[in-house]
Design a protein around this ligand. Sequence first.
Ligand code: FO1
Length: 325
Amino acid sequence: MMDLQVTANIRESTRVLAISGGVGGAKLALGLSHLLGPEQLTIVANTADDFEHLGLHISPDLDTLMYTLAGLDNPVQGWGLDGESWTVMDALEALGGETWFRLGDRDLATHLYRSAQLRAGRRLSEVTRDLCSTMLVEHPIVPMTDDVVATMIETGGSLISFQDYFVKQSCAPSVQSISFVGAERAQPHPLWFNQLFDSELDAIIVCPSNPFVSVDPILSLPGVRDAIRETSARVIAVSPIIGGQAVKGPAALMLKQLGHDVSAWGVGEYYREWVDTLVIDQLDATLSARIEDLGLKVEVLPTMMNTLEERVCLAAAVLEMVKRP
Ligand code: FO1
């Protein structure tokens, strides 16, 4: 672990559940993992971006979290492994195969392993635990469910899959609505879901992930929204919108296309029914009073997380809030 000059006075009994999608969420999850032990922090990951590609089961957000906590992530791309090679993709391209979704050589090993294990009847959560353990990731990263849930984007009156929208069409189609096929029959994984009913849980931290396609799939699982509304734990969300823009990805586009204000206030309005506190960036400090008018507490912090130190600092500041009433 890197020698960081960040200290946080955290009780050993502190228990936190982090809700996360891919890139942005993984940055805060990494910061939290530097300050909390594996028995203090559980990370629940969106799996509604998962899909079958080239006969393989791909779990983008689980892998981004796993690679980030293992220190193996590609910080420029925001997905996949650092120092990756692309021999298989190049050969596939020469064959005229599908290469719009790029799987690096070493990343392919993850998908081959996961797919074979799932075909042999194992659960996604079990395979994730194996992969994490091989990569020496000690903090539990739990798929939101072991069941199949798929994000579908309605655009131009038809439905397309999330990766078709996101990667193949580079978020160009205008989003009319978003649905999570299979969510109503899926079981939230008990390893994280049961914590919502545990009085020992101190906080749910909603990482700065896309509200519509990373956080909503988790909330759409049966019983989750009600359990979060009724939990005794603090619910603290970090806005993925800074100065009216998403740090990465289509969150700002989606806010606009789905009729919301493209701002941290818009995020607060969207989250207000189940979140207690919204963490916003210093750039958005002038929105504080308006967000408080929504009935939310507001904390203004530096929320850009380019360096490891910034990730740990933000995590420390959020954990400080957990101690306060
Ligand atoms: N995102 C891209 O923009 N282009 C890709 O070719 C791509 C490949 C890819 C392979 C494995 C993986 O785990 C993720 C990958 N992603 C790629 C990222 C991913 O599709 C999205 O970032 C998430 O689904 C959104 O959180």
